[in-house]
Design a protein around this ligand. Structure first.
Ligand code: FES
Length: 320
């Protein structure tokens, strides 16, 4: 499905912390924006047509703006650099309606654990939980005060007493003690984690070792995991509707191989994060390389993300 783009205006662009800017986006024609739930993200089209996903960090009750927090990533493939350098206050950009792959679930207690700029969706969750009078705690880990986004907002919020800040360069006593924070897995307690991959692996690994149920663990990825492509081989895909067979070379994606033959699949992130390219698989076994599907969904092998995933079998039959 093609994106139904919304034209938005950058009403405000501000330096939030070292290497972090916030953008406030409003409808270009002054209309209300589509409602969103905590944990949602939008696609943002950058100059040159690249599309990147960013979490919304404002309160979900707001419809007059979407707020994004964007870290300048030194390993940027051009997305965060373009946000920082090319997007100016007052400019118009195209955005998608919000989508949510990281929703809050009803819980007796929610633990929100943020690593760096991963605080963005969790901030929106904290706003939502606070508004609902729900029980939660928010832990924000970052390298230093200077690199911590949203500090004044966190300190001045209605939920300031539920926020704990942890700085890498601070006293040992204030550092995140993950085993202590996670030491009581309970059916009614849910954990939400967002941040760099190493941070999320550490938090989720700690939770699993302490006996947390998978159903109570929720995480959000925004950068595709690095893949070792050395052993990639070629394979074939068959288009179910026409019987046409297309070879995917070892160094090209399924999406690229199909596009070269005039079969277009909509894409957005091109790294297995957004789910835009999901395609049903009728036969064969995909090699899932996305961060979108759960392990249970991957095990069914009935759909895959052709922007980055490949095949374990010699061919795949696609429902196209
Ligand atoms: Fe985003 Fe494939 S384009 S998952």
């Amino acid at each position: 499905m093609e994106n139904a783009w919304i034209t938005a205006r950058i009403a405000r662009k501000a330096v939030e912390a070292e290497d972090i800017v916030t953008l406030d986006l409003v409808h270009a024609e002054g209309q209300a924006l589509p409602r969103f739930e905590a944990g949602s993200h939008i696609d943002l089209e950058l100059p040159g047509g690249r599309v990147r996903q960013y979490s919304l960090c404002n309160a979900p009750r707001e419809t007059h703006r979407y707020q994004l927090g964007v870290l300048l990533d030194p390993a940027s493939r051009g997305g965060s650099r373009s946000v920082h350098q090319d997007l100016a206050e007052g400019a118009t950009v195209r955005i998608s309606a919000p989508r949510n792959h990281f929703p809050l679930v009803p819980a007796r207690h929610s633990i929100l654990l943020a690593g760096g700029i991963g605080v963005t969706p969790l901030l929106s969750m904290a706003e939502s939980l606070s508004q609902a009078g729900a029980d939660f705690e928010l832990h924000c880990c970052s390298r230093s005060v200077a690199r911590t986004a949203f500090l004044p907002r966190l300190r001045g919020s209605a939920f300031a007493d539920r926020v704990q800040l942890h700085f890498d360069d601070g006293d040992a006593v204030q550092k995140l003690d993950a085993p202590a924070v996670l030491d009581r897995p309970a059916p009614g307690t849910h954990l939400y984690v967002c941040g760099p991959k190493g941070f999320m692996d550490f938090v989720l690994g700690t939770a699993r070792a302490l006996g947390w149920a998978e159903a109570n663990l929720h995480c959000e990825h925004f950068a595709g995991a690095a893949q070792d492509r050395q052993d990639d081989g070629s394979f074939e895909v068959r288009i179910a509707s026409t019987g046409r067979v297309i070879r995917v070379a070892k160094d090209e994606s399924v999406v690229a191989a199909l596009a070269a033959q005039g079969v277009d699949i909509p894409i957005s992130c091109e790294q297995g994060v957004c789910g835009t390219c999901i395609t049903r698989v009728l036969e064969g076994e995909p090699e899932h390389r996305d961060l979108y599907f759960s392990d249970a969904e991957k095990a069914k092998n009935d759909q895959f993300t052709p922007c980055c995933s490949r095949a374990r079998s010699a061919f795949l039959v696609l429902d196209l």
